[in-house]
Write a protein that binds this ligand. Structure first.
Ligand SMILES: Nc1ncnc2c1ncn2[C@@H]1O[C@H](COP(=O)(O)OP(=O)(O)OP(=O)(O)O)[C@@H](O)[C@H]1O
Length: 246
């Protein structure tokens, strides 16, 4: 079964086309790494799939329009750029908003258990009772990941989830994602600038406003595809499949 089908998807901001004519089919249970240069429309694609930006074309999740899908089936971790750190809340409460879809005044014990389980999954159980204002950037990123996991979603949309997380935490994150997929059969779409991480995905989407390549890493991460997407490979030369650094 296809988790995701996209036909002729285009997104326009004023006169500027951020995405043009994107076609994509993602089988259920796939792990798709999305790569492309800055401004390529990667975040815009995830937002369009969630109906967060207006688009032209067709999006189907499990054969249905996004609005007909139970929101609890979808876990989204946006790019975290700014956060009001004076907001008086605990990490576990932010995680629980993924479940309750509002700020909990008092956390029901079932929601507390689920939130703790999700924090454990991302190695952040110890942060549960910590005020958000006292989290580092990487710790806050883990808490947002737990917020996506807490729903036990069937589709996880992750926008550069490893940003700010240390190398050991990053390896842990990929391990958690793999374990979660093996356990639930969920589908993952993950934007990353880490081509090495992309090599471990089942599929890679190379995007630059249009689909430049889509398929298994060895095909999509070919030198030709990456050159078409990035123009030149610069210092990353050698990371493409078949290159000396692969
Ligand atoms: N709300 C908006 N209004 C106007 N332009 C926008 C808006 N959101 C994104 N854009 C533009 O659309 C293009 C694609 O942006 P997007 O954030 O999707 O790129 P990206 O591939 O995720 O980039 P990055 O790797 O830098 O995160 C960019 O040129 C951006 O400036």
């Amino acid at each position: 079964m296809k988790a995701l089908e996209v036909r002729a998807l285009s997104v326009r901001f004023g006169e500027f086309w951020a995405l043009e004519g994107v076609d994509l089919e993602v089988p259920e249970g796939a792990f798709v790494a999305i790569v492309g240069p800055n401004g390529a429309g990667k975040s815009t694609l995830l937002k369009a799939l969630l109906g967060l930006v207006p688009y032209q074309g067709e999006v189907r999740l499990w054969g249905r329009p996004p609005k007909a899908v139970d929101p609890l089936w979808l876990g989204y971790v946006p790019q975290i750029k700014a956060f009001d750190r004076t907001f008086p809340a605990l990490a576990i409460e932010l995680v629980a908003t993924g479940l309750l879809r509002r700020w909990p005044f008092r956390l029901p014990s079932w929601a507390r258990q689920r939130a703790l389980e999700a924090l454990r999954r991302v190695g952040a159980e110890a942060l549960a009772e910590r005020p958000l204002g006292r989290l580092s950037g990487g710790q806050l990123q883990r808490v947002y990941l737990a917020r996506a996991f807490v729903r036990r979603p069937r589709l996880l949309l992750l926008d550069e989830p490893a940003t700010g997380i240390d190398r050991a935490g990053e390896v842990d994150l990929y391990r958690h994602l793999e374990a979660y997929q093996a356990e639930t059969g969920a589908t993952v779409l993950m934007i990353t600038h880490d081509w090495e991480a992309a090599h471990h995905a089942s599929h890679v989407l190379v995007l630059n406003r249009r689909v430049i390549g889509f398929g298994p890493p060895e095909r999509a991460l070919s030198e030709e595809c990456l050159r078409r997407a990035f123009g030149h490979l610069g210092h990353a030369h050698g990371l493409f499949v078949g290159g000396s650094g692969a």
